[in-house]
Design a protein around this ligand. Structure first.
Ligand SMILES: Cc1cc2nc3c(=O)[nH]c(=O)nc-3n(C[C@H](O)[C@H](O)[C@H](O)COP(=O)(O)OP(=O)(O)OC[C@H]3O[C@@H](n4cnc5c(N)ncnc54)[C@H](O)[C@@H]3O)c2cc1C
Length: 548
């Protein structure tokens, strides 16, 4: 059903069945599911000036998926899977955006989306059993369901450094890269060497006069192996799409390749070297971590073997021994794996220099550049923050979001964000989260699909059974949180400071933000919830709700 009305500030509240926040992969599929499959009256809102979420915002040079192109898409539109032109192994940002825009047009989703509109407040009205939602333009909507598709790598993390406001040049964050950005022939500094930093640095080095890389953490990254797909590869993928997607949704990582079952130390040193070298040639960060051996993420000796291999590669690639030393990580290889288009090689360019800001921290930004603790002023025309995101729950905390009895999400999550099965959280009835906290650590489009399909099933059940409110119990949420923490603790990821555990944001509670038990197991848990008639949820019938 279409909703055409657009209230102005001070106009009466517009009544809908569902408000969706976000118009990326998650929001788009939620519109399709609730509006077209269930016939509900829905509107989606996005702060952005266009649809696409991540791929609308992240326009920095070199922005590329690290999921392979044939599994970084929706599987629910089989016809489009066949029609879409698969060009390369990984998809650059403009192409993903074009794909999502095409999906929106093809399924007539745009008429249900209001762009340039931030949701500033959403509060559950217990007497009405409805969400009251307010936009930054003062418009008010009331809806039975609130669907959050806020993105887990979306709330930008912009550092505040002394003197920042005095800088005479331009400052960009990678995820807010301006359309008219001009770096050609300029002296550019990049702060941060996570995924966006690695991609940006590699892409812009040939174009700038000088590039200064401010490195907080040295990174393990492997070649992406990106390149055009051969026609026979495309034909093979298209022939097997159904099986590929079936495998994706039934695998722990959802990346479309088989995980190795071989422990690292079960083979000889020569064989290990051969397998690592082969993976280095094939490319892909996730493949290197999970297709080579079975235990890089859980076994110290296995992890050390991978670290040593990559450190050796850095030593072979990077000509200046001091730069090579600074680029060599000393910690575990247990962050979200990275891949690149020649990152280490970039440091052989005469116009690129590396500053280790763990050894010589940035002390301030001056009108002309960045001053480090050794007193050096690195003169710059442009400063790029590749400092990532307040991941997973960042955007929730930027909304005045209140559940039962006015409970604010910040208070509910004061000891770290939590959920039951990533999609629900107690005290917030009828709020369904797409990629909420403690969701699968996997390729994300299939995780999104699995979650939206489940949300659709629940909403369909509520509509056909006269259910007024649906809410996770506190106990179920606590148990899920405990399980996520227990699983994470068994991995080496938990011993490494990264955004996966909230370590990149000063003051953020360190906890397990993901369920590391696998996408397939996660899917089974959701099926179990449906199969047991939602025993871990509180359901209130329409009549009971009115009586209460
Ligand atoms: C550079 C980069 C590369 C990535 N590569 C991969 C990859 O290769 N594989 C992979 O699986 N994942 C990747 N990811 C993760 C990626 O975010 C997900 O794959 C996917 O795009 C998430 O879709 P989403 O709809 O959940 O969220 P998003 O695409 O992040 O969309 C969320 C939207 O919600 C909007 N929003 C938030 N708060 C509000 C509000 N209060 N009011 C209105 N609108 C709001 C935002 O503006 C945003 O547009 C990458 C992320 C980044 C940043």
């Amino acid at each position: 059903m279409e909703h055409s009305g657009q209230p102005k500030a001070n106009e009466p509240v517009v009544s809908l069945d569902a408000v969706i926040i976000g118009a990326g992969f998650g929001g788009l599929y939620a519109i399709k599911k609730l509006r077209d499959d269930l016939g509900l009256d829905v509107l989606a809102f996005d702060t952005a000036g266009g649809i696409g979420g991540t791929w609308y915002w992240n326009r920095y040079p070199g922005a590329l998926s690290d999921s392979e192109s044939h599994v970084y898409a929706f599987s629910w539109d089989e016809e489009l899977l066949q029609e879409w032109d698969l060009k390369r192994r990984f998809i650059p940002q403009p192409e993903i955006l074009r794909y999502l825009e095409h999906v929106a047009e093809r399924h007539d989703l745009n008429r249900s989306i209001r762009l340039n509109t931030r949701i500033v407040e959403a509060a559950f009205d217990e007497s009405a059993g409805r969400w009251m939602v307010t936009t930054d333009k003062g418009q008010k909507y009331s809806a039975k369901y609130l669907i959050t598709a806020l993105g887990l790598l979306s709330a930008t993390n912009v550092p505040t450094i002394k003197g920042q406001e005095t800088f005479k040049g331009d400052i960009y964050h990678t995820s807010r890269w301006p359309k008219d950005a001009n770096i050609k022939g300029k002296r550019v500094g990049v702060v941060g060497t996570g995924s966006s930093g690695v991609q940006t640095i590699t892409a812009i080095a040939p174009d700038v006069k000088h590039l200064t890389v401010f490195q907080r953490s040295a990174q393990y990254t492997v070649p992406s192996g990106d390149g055009p797909l051969r026609p026979e590869e495309v034909a093979q993928i298209k022939k097997n799409f159904r099986k590929i997607w079936d495998d994706v949704k039934n695998s722990p990582l959802g990346f479309g390749f088989e995980l190795s079952a071989t422990p690292t130390m079960s083979v000889s040193e020569e064989e290990r070297e051969r397998i690592f070298n082969e993976a280095w040639k094939v490319g892909g960060g996730f493949r290197f971590m999970f297709e080579t051996f079975s235990d890089m993420g859980v076994d110290l000796a296995a992890n050390k073997a991978a670290q040593d291999f990559i450190r050796k590669k850095i030593g072979e690639i990077v000509k200046d021994p001091e730069t090579a030393r600074k680029l060599m990580p000393t910690e575990l290889h247990a962050k979200r794996p990275l891949c690149d288009a020649g990152y280490y090689e970039t440091f052989n360019r005469p116009n690129v220099s590396l500053v280790d800001i763990k050894a010589t921290p940035i002390v301030e930004i001056t009108p002309n550049g960045v001053k480090t603790a050794d007193g050096v002023i690195h003169e710059l025309d442009v400063l790029v923050f590749a400092t990532g995101f307040d991941a997973v729950d960042g955007n929730f905390k930027r909304i005045e979001l209140r559940g039962r009895k006015g409970l604010r999400i910040q208070d509910h999550w004061k000891d770290g964000s939590s959920s039951y099965l990533s999609v629900t959280t107690s005290h917030f009835p009828n709020m369904f989260m797409i990629l909420g906290p403690n969701g699968p650590f996997s390729n994300l489009p299939p995780a999104i699909e699995i979650q939206v399909d489940w949300i659709g099933d629940v909403v369909g059940y509520m509509e056909s059974h006269g259910v007024a409110t649906f809410e996770a119990t506190e106990q179920a949420e606590e148990e899920w949180g405990r399980l996520c923490a227990e699983i994470a603790e068994q991995t080496l990821f938990a011993q490494t400071a990264s955004w996966i555990f909230g370590a990149n944001i000063p003051g953020k509670k360190k906890s397990a933000y993901f369920y590391m038990g696998g996408l397939n197991a996660f899917r089974d848990k959701l099926k179990e919830a449906t199969g047991t008639k939602f025993k871990d949820f509180k359901l209130e019938k329409e009549k009971e709700h009115r009586l209460a």
